[in-house]
Design a protein around this ligand. Sequence first.
Ligand SMILES: [Zn+2]
Length: 595
Amino acid sequence: MDVAKRMALLLGTGILLGASPSCVQGEPLEKVKNGQTGSLVSLEDYVRLAKEYESLITGEEPAQIPVGRLIVSSQKENEARVASIASQAKEGLWHTFYVIGKNTVPNGKVIARWYGDEAVYANLLEDVIWEGEDCYYISRMGLKKESSGEDCAHIWEKSREQEAGCLLKGISQVLCSKCGADREIIKPPLGHLDGDGDSICDRCQKRAFEQTLDSVVKASLNGESLTFTCIDEDFQGGMLYLADQTVSLEQFGGYGMVAYGDSLVYRYFRDGFQNGFSIKKGLLPVQTGESGLTAYAMSLSKAEYEMYGDRIAGDAFLLRDHQEDSVWAVDEKGDFHLQNPGQTELGIRPAVVLAKPDPGTVEPIHWNLGELQAVPLDGNEYLFRCIDQNYSGGALFLCESVIPADYGSGYRLEQLEDGSHGYVFAPGPFGEFGEGNDYKYSNIHAWLEKQEIFNTMPVKIGSDYAFTGSSPEGARSGFDSNSLSAHYIGSQQLNARLFILSVDEALNYKEHLWRFEGEDEENPETQASAYAKGYWLRSPGGNSEEFQTGYAYVVDLVNGNLHPAAVRAEGGTGEEKQDQTTVYGIRPAFVMPQD
Ligand SMILES: [Zn+2]
């Protein structure tokens, strides 16, 4: 439906008629809630019922709905009433509403006239009630508007989802449950994840993290925590790690025979170790040098200790060489001693061979303009849209929502100066732009630097220009770039993976500045709030002579323009949060490799 028609419908609202409000007091009807509408006898009952249905469409409290809206006493009023409620009905859903005609029979012809094929409606004369001289025709109407997709406040539901992997992208297809519009959202590769520090990816089980000499991995053996330090980067095709702690001989049922190949220690390393050890993928079999014995762990020999001793710290432990009835051990200083394996207090420090790491390669992705991807940022998922297919050799993505300035702020219980406890306001990480207007030293940059989005590229974002001027209020993207002037302030070195747009970029991508949530229409009302009346740009306000002005640029969502704003909160309201938080949020951007 075109806008003119819609406006006409909206303007046709609000014709109030004089019915006595005294006849409609009381609780909503139970039978209405149950969806049973029969056996209503009085006009009051129908008015209540009409209000119940009306509230489902308009969202008003039934008690707030004026009776006069429901009752019409001419065909003109009937049309206005029907047109008004029809304009408020959501697309794609069946709605029921009542029109009560006082001495006139309601009809829904206006629906056919306004909507044509785009709506279906039904009209049932449900009852006729006489009150004195007046006849009330109770008409129950149904309406379903076809969805055009336009102007639908979409409610997205996932229709198909393929999760992203460490290196492969996933895809999420969503469908609007109201209008049936569909949308495809890329889930970019997640990168490898090692939450437990064992150098094995928690997701794909590959040994994907760079390891070097002295790298330490965490593991456990039969539930007992151990750390292992890399002592040889190239050992039997893998990397050799030695436990930093000793495992007591009890774990093996004692040492057993002194000859290593016959010992209980070796048997355990051969037969039991793999089950008890937490790292399974990436653990390679190891051959002990002189004998060719194969197992999943080993005890070091004297010769190996001599080779790697410089890298080995920590407690004394048994080695695998023996002499007569004794087993060689090495102490904290690196001196060798013979130990009686039946009596020694010393334990074993297992050595293991782990595969050489391979991070793999990220699936190349060709990003198209307008393409959406869902990306985790600080634990929340945000939608980003490709707004440039070729930005510094990659694809530029802009967040499709504004993160408000009070993000992460809150009141914390703290001890006050007088010793009592009270709630103190703790501002969020970017409650203010920064101390000054230099983005490089801003709170926003500091916070974004702490965030990580996999596979983003570092790009040059130094602020070389300050700006003066504002675009006209209300113009949104329809402004002339000449309303702002750039002034060179010197070359600034700054690289970042996550950043906010500059004024230059805002001018380049102005059609995106007031568009959000993947929509093609400008919809700043979806983002604007007390602490997101706009969002920061990274460019300072000022000129070549004077650019440390305390002002940086914002995209104003409420007034629909670009203008400089004070980087600190104004203060002076006496309300802690307001005094320490600006009204401007942030809209992060990043660049991903373009295939
Ligand atoms: Zn992985």
